[in-house]
Design a protein around this ligand. Structure first.
Ligand code: HPA
Length: 288
């Protein structure tokens, strides 16, 4: 999709949503595999299925509902994307990230991204949450980037910095909340791989050497687009499996059913943390 096609597509999607819902969201949130239940917290919810919105991706993966939920959480106007499209489904990265562009244009100044990821630490537990502090864009190193192609200066600059991709204040808020809630919160680097296959043990050991703490098949393109558009980003991974790092290991191979099942295990913890985060945002916005 070249630049003006992208602009037309997202203008059409914005106009469609505005026709149904006039309030401007402040915070956008993407709920990953098995984590879509958080959208139940939205008050005055208006739900729009992705397949009714022009140019929104059509989802093919179980556990991703494909609905935009607009409303409020702790009085913060939110737009929740219940499910996402992935690179491995065949999408161009510009198409895949269009919902983020749309929510930015509708008014969202921040993006909360969640995902299921494999843990590269064998001493972490399935169901633990990890605050993303930084990322490794493995497809990006091979040239796959949603910002590739003509740059639209009205959307963001040609060469955006990524040294501060994950907002330091938001990370601080979430760390404080986790400690108040007595919740184990891991912190680390999320490596995005293209998928759809899970990694080989050699790939897992290589990612570890590169400095990754968790690995998954999403999130990074959305973060790049959000930062390009000047949004503040909070990223959280739910660790759905411990990655197998040796051939002939006794550890069970990763599988998607396990990813969804551990989502259920961690969903309540994630919901409490996110709810606390929205309450803090509301308090800080209105009480300084
Ligand atoms: N690898 C890649 N993506 C994932 C994994 C994994 O182990 N678990 C959940 N998403």
């Amino acid at each position: 999709m070249v630049s003006n096609q992208l602009r037309d597509a997202f203008a059409e999607a914005c106009a469609f949503i505005r026709g149904l819902y006039t309030a401007a969201p402040q915070v956008a949130c993407i709920l990953g595999s098995g984590l879509s239940g958080f959208a139940d917290q939205v008050e005055d919810a208006q739900v729009i299925p992705y397949d009714e919105i022009p140019h929104f991706p059509r989802l093919t993966v179980p556990g991703h509902q494909g609905r935009l939920v607009l409303g409020h959480i702790h009085r913060v106007p939110v737009a929740i994307l219940q499910g996402r499209a992935h690179f491995y489904e065949g999408y161009d990265l510009r198409e895949l990230t269009l919902p983020v562009r749309v929510l930015r244009a509708l008014g969202a100044h921040s993006l909360v991204v969640t995902n299921a990821a494999g843990s590269l630490h064998t001493d972490w537990s399935v169901g633990d949450l990890m605050l993303i502090t930084d990322h490794l864009n493995m497809p990006g190193l091979a040239g796959h980037n949603p910002l590739r192609g003509p740059n639209d200066d009205a959307l963001g600059e040609r060469f955006p910095a990524m040294s501060d991709a994950y907002d330091v204040q938001y990370r601080r808020i979430v760390c404080e909340l986790a400690s108040e809630q007595q919740l184990t919160l891991r912190q680390g680097v999320y490596a995005m791989v293209g998928g759809p296959n899970f990694e080989t043990p050699a790939e897992i050991r290589a990612l570890r050497i590169l400095g990754a703490d968790a690995v998954g098949m999403s999130t990074v393109p959305e973060v790049l687009v959000a930062r390009h558009g000047g949004m503040r980003v909070l990223g959280l991974s739910m660790l759905s499996n411990i990655c197998v790092d040796a051939v002939d290991s006794k550890m069970p191979p990763a599988n998607h059913a396990e990813v969804l099942a551990s989502g259920k295990l961690a969903a309540e913890k994630l919901s409490r943390l996110l709810e606390g985060f929205f309450a803090q945002l509301q308090e800080r916005t209105f009480n300084g």
